[in-house]
Design a protein around this ligand. Structure first.
Ligand SMILES: [Zn+2]
Ligand SMILES: [Zn+2]
Length: 271
């Protein structure tokens, strides 16, 4: 079993005193500096190899755990997106004479959804909170063991089980959204505002699922070559580095909350 400390990893490798520093480095202490750099590189390599082996072991065990049980990844996707799109269509069909100021709810709901995505990911999916173990287990103990930053793609539709949330999650999201939408309608005196909030928030949930799927599809897929998707794939791949996963790149749709709240690792998202 490998543990994953945040910074320094294994300390068992000796400093390579025979390694010569590059010619343009200062001579004072350069031998030690070079030796430490080699040691850290070896440590990083050893840790990466152990992490890669653990991912492969976890994948085999995870698939064996569900072998023989009925699962259809495309049906899973169709159920989630069918429920979400149905709820959006139902809500939009009830709009009546929308006034321009009411449309401001749409961008506001997208920003709010991005903040909620950040908060839930950081505080419920990566931290063990009383009453929310299922969130932590599904994400930190399973999703992050199945994918690491070097092994980000799934191998077939059966692996979608560990990419998408289960269908009950979108029902719970629609229920929570409806409660907030009803409160907004009452406070603002605008039924349209509540309906627009509900539709936008459910659309954001589907955007989350779609983007997360795109962040784990094979590199050869069409979606992976779309520039913004490619950017978010790098952003999310860095988040899958176990050394930083609890504190970096918590957004999956667009990195607004990461930028606002200081968890964005810009360098890791560059090509
Ligand atoms: Zn992921
Ligand atoms: Zn995560």
């Amino acid at each position: 079993m490998v543990s994953f400390p945040r910074t320094r990893l294994l300390r068992s490798f000796p400093i390579q005193a025979s390694v010569e520093p590059p010619h343009d480095e200062p001579r004072l202490g350069a031998r030690n500096v070079a030796g430490m750099a080699v040691t850290e590189a070896l440590e990083a390599d050893a840790w990466a190899a152990a992490d890669a082996a653990q991912v492969e072991t976890f994948r085999a065990e995870y698939r064996a755990r569900f072998a023989g049980r009925f699962y259809n990844g495309r049906l899973h996707a169709a159920t989630t997106f069918g429920i979400g799109l149905g709820a959006i269509a139902l809500g939009l069909s009830q709009l009546r004479r929308v006034r321009r100021p009411e449309l401001a709810v749409v961008p506001a709901a997208l920003v709010f959804g991005n903040l909620i995505e950040w908060l839930v990911h950081k505080e419920l999916l990566h931290r063990l909170r009383p009453g929310f173990f299922v969130f932590y287990s599904r994400h930190a103990l399973n999703h992050h063991q199945f994918f690491n930053s070097e092994r980000m793609t799934f191998d077939g539709p059966d692996d979608l089980r560990i990419v998408f949330f289960p269908p009950f999650a979108i029902l719970a999201s629609i229920g929570g959204t409806a409660a907030i939408g009803a409160g907004l309608a009452r406070l603002s005196g605008s039924r349209n505002a509540g309906l627009l909030y509900n539709a936008t928030s459910t659309a954001f949930y589907l955007l989350y699922e779609a983007m997360h799927l795109c962040e784990h599809v094979p590199e050869t897929s069409f979606a992976a070559r779309i520039p913004f998707v490619a950017f978010m794939r790098r952003h999310h791949a860095h988040h899958h580095d176990k050394r930083v996963m609890v504190e970096r790149n918590m957004n999956l749709t667009f990195p607004l909350a990461d930028a606002l709240l200081g968890t964005l690792d810009r360098a890791a998202s560059q090509s």
